[in-house]
Design a binder for this molecule. Structure first.
Ligand code: SF4
Length: 326
């Protein structure tokens, strides 16, 4: 999950709509033109069978794949679902990027991820949860001691107030358990809709769309919606996909935003969905230069989680280093 600068933890909106078109999940994924495929495939560190290297599909100029100005609703739904299927091939191991072992750890980590990276949160929370493993423990904590632990995440005084405050509410009003309902979660200090959906989607298995900064940027680049309000983005994008796909869709989009389609320099020349992207050319189109822009495992570097899922390790991903090793 995320950080708000670069965060996958964003406040988000309502239930969204329902798909209006027959699902196309089973449609075969068409092979893209070869382009730079042969050279780019060797640069990927992801060895998992089926995982696609960025650029492996060939980042052909967008013109051929660029949707017409007046793209029909049906064509938009098809293109959006195609992008999600392609990203699922590129990131078959996509997962929340905050380390957590239970809902309490996830809600705390998500609150801490505001204005920092998930990596920094993951490097900070082991000490926090070792000292305060339960809501009751954190509720009774000395704020100054918590502040010292949280200092590396920035805004540590406000974050200390939030995590102690939400722990007190969990202990006093919810029997020490994180509630599994949106209306309860948003009552917790520091928890908005985006954080609540991250928790619901990843700790309770309830579909939700996480409209963080990456999600907002990418869906506008892809012209899935022109909305700018997170709640309206959530509703507009939710209407393009079956609800059952919302959580994985969020992971795919956020992973693509973090690794390839960056805010300032998208790596268009190494982008596996270039033929489907109206914004192709907004970033670096030279394949060699674009590959140098790739981040995390796609760029050959460690991921954000110190304890990533096995599927990620099996695919060649590497755990992030602890704080004192960073
Ligand atoms: S703008 Fe992003 S999604 Fe579009 S081609 Fe460039 S990197 Fe890919």
């Amino acid at each position: 999950m995320a950080a708000h600068r670069d965060s996958a933890v964003g406040e988000q909106g309502s239930d969204g709509g329902r798909e209006t078109e027959k699902p196309t999940e089973k449609a075969p994924v068409k092979k893209k033109s070869t382009g730079s495929a042969s050279t780019s495939a060797s640069t990927s560190t992801t060895a998992k069978k089926g995982a696609r290297a960025p650029g492996a599909a060939g980042a052909k100029p967008a013109a051929a794949g660029k949707p017409a100005k007046a793209e029909s609703r049906t064509a938009l739904v098809r293109r959006a679902r195609r992008i999600n299927r392609e990203l699922a091939e590129v990131f078959p191991y996509a997962h929340p990027e905050l380390d957590f072992e239970n809902p309490f750890q996830l809600v705390v980590a998500t609150v801490l991820s505001a204005q920092t990276t998930d990596l920094r949160v993951n490097q900070t929370t082991p000490a926090l949860f070792a000292k305060y493993p339960t809501p009751e423990d954190l509720a009774a904590a000395n704020p100054e001691e918590v502040e010292e632990i949280l200092r590396p995440t920035g805004f540590f005084r406000a974050k200390t107030r939030s995590v102690i405050g939400l722990s007190k509410m969990l202990a006093e009003d919810f029997g020490g358990e994180v509630p599994g309902r949106l209306e309860d979660l948003v009552k917790l200090p520091g928890v908005g809709r985006k954080t609540a959906f991250v928790v619901l989607g990843n700790a309770f298995g309830r579909p939700g769309i996480t409209v963080d900064t990456h999600f907002q940027r990418l869906v506008r680049r892809w012209k899935w919606t022109e909305e700018t309000d997170p709640d309206k983005i959530e509703a507009a994008v939710g209407a393009l996909f079956p609800k059952s796909e919302w959580t994985d869709l969020s992971h795919h989009v956020i992973w693509h935003g973090r690794r390839i389609c960056h805010a300032r320099k998208p790596a268009c020349g190494a982008c596996p969905i270039a033929p489907l992207c109206p914004a192709y050319g907004e970033g670096e189109t030279d394949p060699d230069k674009a590959r140098k822009l790739l981040k995390y495992e796609k760029g050959g570097f460690p991921g954000q989680r110190l304890n990533p899922p096995q599927a990620y390790l099996d695919a060649g991903g590497r755990p992030a280093p602890p704080l004192d090793a960073a």
